[in-house]
Every structure is written in C-alpha cells, then in structure tokens.
Design a protein around this ligand. Structure first.
Ligand code: TXA
Ligand code: MG
Length: 412
C-alpha cells in the first residue's frame, strides 16, 4: 500500500498528484484522498470497471449510490446533457446553494440524463445522481488533473465510522487498495449535507457539514424539510437516501449515548432523563458480568466528553466510581486520551477508563468525533459512553445523527 504525504501548498504537490490522477484515469483500483469532510475512495465516475472497484474495496452494497465529485461547473454541466432552449442545464433552484456553499460540504441531487456520461454503477439504478464540489485544494487539484469526475464514497470499510485521517483508511482498507494520498486530518470531520431540490418542498436527505438553517436562508429553500430519520424516529417512513438505511458509524465497542432519552447499542432506548450516574452503573453491569472486586472482570471503558461532563470531578455512582482525567497519557492523535482507574466501592480497581474530551465547540466536536470512536476501539474498550449535544443548530445535527446511529442496534 503506497502512502504519499502531500502538502497542497507545497510546490511539489502537483508533481505528486499528477501520477495519482493518471492512475485514476487508467486503473480500476480506487485511490483514497482527503476532502474537507472525510477521506474519499475515488474512481473515474465515467468508467464502470473503476466504479465497481470502489464497491468491492469497501464491501459496499451495490444499491447504495455514490457521490460524484467535480472540480468546476464546466465539468458539472458536461454531466447534465444539453438543453436546446438556451436555458442553463443546472436547475435554477440550485443556483443560490451553489453560489453560497460550493466548493464545500454540500451534495445536491441532479437528474441523470439518458444517455449519461456516468457509469451506471454510480447511481445504482436511480434516475438522479448526487454531486458536490469539495473545497479541499488537494481534492480539487486531483479532480482537475484527472480531468474526469470522481465517484467517491467515504473511504471506510462499510459500517465503520468514516475516516478523517489517512491512518483510518489504512486500518480499514490495507490490502484492498494500492494508494492513499495523505493530506492530514479533515477539517469538517463529518460528511457532506445531502439535499434534493428536484422535489417540492426541497428536502435534506442527510445532515452534514452545512446546517439546515443555512440552507433555509437561500432563495428557493425557505420551505426545506428534513427527510432523514434519526433512529428515534425510524419506522415512521422508509429512509430516502439509500445509504441511510444501512448500519453505519459503528465502532466495535458498545456505545451508550446520553441525551434526554438515552440509548445503548445493546438494549436500544432504555429510559428517559435518568441521572447520569445511575445510567452509567446500570449500563456497565446490565446484562454483563458484574465487575468483581478482585479485578477478574476488569473492564475497559471509553468516555467521550463534550459539554457537561467534567473530568476532575469524576463520575459518581452508587457502587462504582470513575476517576477520569488522572494519569495524563498523551496519545499520538490530535486530542488527549487520559487513562484512569475505575474503582469499586471497596476501592479496588475493577476497570480502566480512557477519557477523551472533544471540547465544547461544536465544530471541534464534529472534527474529532469519528477519530475518537476509532481511537477507543483501538484501545480495546468494551463500552463507550458519549455525552450528547443539543442537535438544534448547524453541524450539531450531523453529530447527533451519526451518534444515534452508532448507539443503536435498531438498524434496518
Ligand atoms: O462528505 C461526503 O459526502 C463524503 C466525501 C468523500 O465527499 N462522501 C460520502 O459518500 O459520504 P457516501 O457514499 O459515504 O455517502 C453518500 C450518501 C449516501 O447516503 C447515499 O445514499 C447518498 O449520499 N446518495 C448518493 N447518491 C444519491 C442519489 N442519487 N439519491 C439519493 N441519495 C444519494
Ligand atoms: Mg459513507
């Protein structure tokens, strides 16, 4: 597996991207590359052979369509066929969004012409295709040099959290691909927002890097509605973005997410508004061997903190105490992982806590989220407790959407 470090601002970047672009044009094995959202697994979207390579490398179900990435509007128009009326082929409703959010983390759906320049595998039989212009300079340059649109899903193995660093791609796809372009960690950290403006009212199919209220502020989008279902609402309607029905974002460990109702990948929704400490004790012991005082059932516990949980105070519960934030252990990743002991009521150590703080800033939380889930898996934790955030604004909706999926086993 070749791993090329590329600094987009460096002079040699273009010389390094040229052979990668050539590889994309001619080979059928996909190339991993960074975008501002997450790493993508790219292939020439106009060739069936290379697009099939994506599905097989990821183990992705073939009925889940891919997002097409373009470097400019000229390339986009070349995918839309021609209109003879003198009108622009880009539907007028998208003009305001394109102007405001491109290049950037927004994917729009467009009608796929017949015949289409796109390989049929890209759209998985749908009449529309999803497309975005990424803002990452490395991604834009790569597409431009390739001279073809790149189909690219997130570069994780199917069901795993999306990769936000080259190492994550390596962990998932080593042996399945030949080339990773490493541009460092991704700025946004969650995937693009997917919108459909071909229907009335227009809808958000997947929350992501651009918030719903930002979209609503654009002309033609005042009535935009949410068409994705968070786990709590599932069963009310069929998911509309094909990818949203699949198991997703799941680390190996069991995930317990705290919000006004809390959920647990083992038991589903257990209750509402319980005291954190009680839930914690229940979740640790419920259905599992109760940790013994002599440490025979030592547990490894991951904690992802956002606003509410304070490290120094520790998390108290009736028979267990977690002292997080002790024994500072600086990991090689961009955040600190603190390890500390989990003690029983007689003071014996019965487990180990790995504590990650993502800070209070929503953008920072989004940026570090997938990395934190993966880091805790790497540490071999049995269970991950995550402090939820209010999902009312901007990228917070995407954070909570991904966390609810990770914490739910009720996946269609
Ligand atoms: O930020 C992103 O969007 C990243 C980077 C690499 O660009 N890509 C990404 O791709 O997240 P993927 O394949 O993991 O997710 C694509 C989502 C899926 O939920 C898929 O079902 C939906 O977009 N999608 C793609 N084409 C569609 C279409 N024609 N109609 C409805 N949904 C579509
Ligand atoms: Mg994905």
């Amino acid at each position: 597996l070749e791993h090329w470090h590329i600094r987009p601002e460096a002079n040699e970047a273009i010389e390094m991207l040229q052979p990668a672009a050539e590889y994309l044009r001619t080979k059928d094995t996909p190339v991993a590359f960074p975008t501002e959202t997450v790493y993508g697994l790219g292939a020439d979207a106009t060739r069936s052979g290379s697009v099939r390579g994506i599905y097989s490398a990821k183990g992705r179900p073939s009925d889940n369509p891919l997002i097409v990435h373009v470097s400019d509007l000229h390339m986009l128009r070349s995918l839309l066929g021609s209109k003879h009326t003198g009108e622009d082929v880009i539907p007028v409703r998208y003009k305001s969004l394109i102007e405001k959010f491109w290049p950037g983390p927004l994917t729009i759906l467009l009608p796929n012409p017949d015949p289409s320049p796109l390989a049929p595998e890209v759209t998985a039989g749908l009449k529309s295709f999803g497309v975005r212009m990424p803002s990452s300079p490395l991604a834009l340059t790569l597409i431009k040099l390739a001279g073809v649109p790149l189909a690219a899903p997130s570069a994780n193995a199917s069901t795993k959290p999306s990769p936000t660093a080259a190492q994550h791609v390596k962990d998932d796809l080593d042996g399945r691909i030949e080339l990773i372009l490493d541009g460092g960690s991704c700025q946004v950290g969650v995937e693009s927002t997917v919108v459909d403006g071909l229907c009335n009212p227009p809808v958000v199919l997947r929350p992501g890097g651009i918030g719903m209220e930002e979209i609503r502020s654009c002309p033609g989008w005042e009535n935009v509605v949410k068409a994705y279902k968070d786990q709590s609402e599932e069963g009310k309607a069929a998911p509309r973005a094909p990818g949203m029905k699949y198991k997703h974002y799941s680390p190996k460990a069991r995930v317990v997410l705290y919000e006004s109702t809390y959920r647990d990948s083992k038991h589903g929704i257990i209750g509402a508004d319980a005291v954190t400490a009680t839930i914690l004790a229940t979740a640790i012991t419920n259905g599992d061997p109760i940790p013994s005082a002599n440490g025979h059932f030592r547990k490894r516990i991951g904690v992802i903190r956002t606003k509410r949980w304070k490290p120094a105070a520790g998390l108290q519960c009736s028979d267990l105490q977690i002292f997080a934030g002790q024994n500072g252990d600086h990991s090689e990743t961009s955040y600190d992982v603190y390890t500390g002991d989990l003690k029983g009521d007689n003071g014996d150590v019965i487990g180990e806590v790995f504590d990650i703080s993502l800070g209070e800033d929503t953008r920072g939380i989004a940026q570090g989220l997938f990395s934190a889930l993966r880091e805790l898996d790497r540490r071999g934790v049995d269970i991950i407790f995550v402090d939820g955030i209010d999902d009312d604004l901007d990228i917070a909706a995407a954070v909570m959407n991904r966390l609810r999926k990770a914490a739910s086993e009720i996946r269609a």
